[in-house]
Design a protein around this ligand. Structure first.
Ligand code: ZN
Ligand code: ZN
Length: 156
């Protein structure tokens, strides 16, 4: 899909949004209109009826994944995004998993990783963007949960 040229609206960086005072940080979230490769439903909880599948994935997290998708030029299949408590328990997720919505927002995605070449391409693209990465046999977890320790790559 070609990147639209001359799209109206804000184009320039609005990083100053985070510096507005009073400790109230306006989340610098892009719009789904600017996400090229994903839809909200891909990130909703995949449980079977425990929750009402609210759309609470961080758009900042999705925007990073969208960027990775552009960089690697290969499909990115989301296998887990947001999880409700019960679903997280069922899949043996961590108690403070970034897949859980905290303050109404979840910040983790697991994507399918079919082979070593894909893993190399994905991690090369992901490392400048995500500072928390988990590597499974056939999937990769990325999150940017500010409540969890940064600068971590772990295995399962
Ligand atoms: Zn659920
Ligand atoms: Zn995960």
């Amino acid at each position: 899909m070609a990147r639209p040229k001359g799209k109206p609206g804000k184009v320039e960086t609005d990083s100053s949004a985070e510096e507005k005072g009073n400790g109230i940080v306006a989340p610098e979230e892009p719009s789904w209109d600017n996400i090229k490769h994903f839809t909200p439903r891909e990130f909703t909880c995949k449980c079977d009826g425990y929750c009402d599948h609210p759309d609470v994935i961080s758009l900042g997290t999705v925007a990073k994944l969208d960027r990775i998708r552009d960089l690697i030029g290969k499909p990115v299949e989301v296998i887990s995004g947001t999880r409700c408590e019960r679903h997280n328990n069922k899949v043996a997720g961590r108690v403070r998993s970034a897949h859980l919505a905290k303050d109404g927002c979840s910040r983790a995605v697991d994507v399918r990783c079919p082979d070593a070449a894909y893993r190399f391409a994905f991690l090369t693209a992901a490392l400048p963007l995500f500072n928390r990465i988990g590597i499974g046999k056939d999937f990769i977890h990325v999150d940017d949960d500010p409540e969890l320790p940064p600068g971590m790559i772990w295995t399962y």
